[in-house]
Design a protein around this ligand. Structure first.
Ligand SMILES: CC/C=C\C/C=C\CCC/C=C/CC(=O)SCCNC(=O)CCNC(=O)[C@H](O)C(C)(C)COP(=O)(O)OP(=O)(O)OC[C@H]1O[C@@H](n2cnc3c(N)ncnc32)[C@H](O)[C@@H]1OP(=O)(O)O
Length: 323
């Protein structure tokens, strides 16, 4: 059987006034810029094709058990992705790689949706592994950040429906993962959630901020980001950082399943395209600034003041843990 091909060729006028400044600095700059601008369009096209394939769902059995992520499909065809990197599911390069691969598996598997949760009884995810940023090997740091970007693209821009069963603390990168899902049920109690980067002397990247601004109001997001606010579960519900409070992990998962069930009667292609159009802007923004974002991260890490802040933060964490 032949396959349909779509050709989308772009011819760039490298001597056009708008390209002259970059072309005079660097050969092929105009072509590179055209390529960057085209990526978001291609991304949406690929997602739409993948959605179209999901119009006739046939859930395959899926069970992928890496050491750090457990991925299973329940009887309802819902994929459950469980982070399991003790003690606190901090996101190091290995865990991010496994999450990235598991997200590919869910996308291929035509699951009804995915629920993200944690095997820890008290921590959903402690966010980025600080040891990946403290006195880093720059090559590894680059791969680390690129993999984090990949995970965000795949989760925030997934065509399948997503929900987070937040069964413990979710600071920084942990909060980002949950906000990248479409729905959040958080177990009540003493847990907290938020983007606390400024408390560490670091700045949350723009795409972290964008994700928060699209979850809670801009006003609340600005206050929360500048003050490194960690929301209690009740506060998080009040400002809609989470959607529901659950009594325990099982209840959180059930609440996520109830959310996913809402899509049973919605044509999957219409749902997926609507979601992607709603999320298109921050995705496009990072796609076009992806390399600059990596460079910004690397230069941040080279800054002695940032390293000093991280060192103090690690010491404080260790002292707290030793008590
Ligand atoms: C312009 C922009 C472009 C680029 C900018 C560049 C860079 C900036 C962007 C960087 C973005 C960063 C986002 C992040 O995610 S940073 C990580 C922030 N995370 C935290 O602040 C959480 C810290 N942890 C905690 O608050 C608690 O551990 C927690 C509440 C999660 C759990 O508490 P609990 O009491 O259960 O455990 P602890 O005893 O505290 O911890 C157990 C051991 O785990 C270690 N730990 C904890 N968190 C981390 C972590 N995030 N990374 C690495 N290790 C962690 C802790 O030290 C304990 O270790 P041991 O002492 O047992 O060895």
């Amino acid at each position: 059987m032949g396959r349909a091909l779509v050709w989308d060729a772009t011819c760039v006028d490298s001597l056009a006034a708008s390209h002259l400044p970059s072309t005079s600095q660097k050969a092929a700059a105009a072509a590179e810029s055209a390529q960057m601008l085209k990526r978001p369009k291609m991304f949406l096209l690929r997602q739409a094709v993948s959605n179209a394939r999901q119009l006739a769902p046939s859930v395959r059995a899926m069970s992928s058990k890496g050491p750090l992520v457990d991925l299973t499909v329940d009887n309802d065809g819902v994929a459950i992705m469980t982070l399991q990197r003790p003690p606190v599911n901090s996101l190091n390069l290995d865990l991010l790689k496994e999450i990235s691969k598991s997200l590919d598996d869910v996308a291929k598997n035509k699951s009804r949706g995915m629920i993200l949760t944690s095997s820890s009884p008290t921590v959903f995810s402690a966010g980025l592994d600080i040891m990946e940023m403290y006195k880093p090997d720059m090559k590894r740091a680059e791969e680390f950040w690129t993999t984090l970007q990949d995970v965000w693209f795949k989760l925030y821009g997934s065509s399948f429906a997503t929900a987070a069963a937040i069964n413990g603390h979710a600071p920084a990168g942990g909060c980002l993962l949950s906000m990248s899902c479409e729905y959040r049920a958080m177990v009540g109690g003493k847990f907290t959630i938020g983007l606390n980067e400024t408390a560490l002397g670091i700045v949350a990247p723009k795409w972290f901020m964008d994700t928060m601004c699209r979850t809670i109001s801009m006003r609340q997001a600005e206050l929360a980001l500048t003050t490194a606010k960690m929301f209690t579960v009740d506060e998080a519900l009040k400002c809609e950082l989470i959607d529901e409070i659950a009594t325990d992990k099982a209840d959180a998962i059930n609440k996520c399943k109830t959310f996913l069930k809402k899509f049973e009667k919605i044509p999957p292609l219409a749902r997926a395209i609507t979601k992607l159009k709603m999320r298109e802007e921050p995705i496009k923004n990072l796609q076009t600034s992806r390399q600059a974002d990596v460079q910004e991260f690397l230069s941040f890490l080279k800054n002695p003041k940032v390293q000093q802040s991280l060192e103090m933060y690690i010491q404080a964490l260790k002292q707290k843990a030793a008590k």
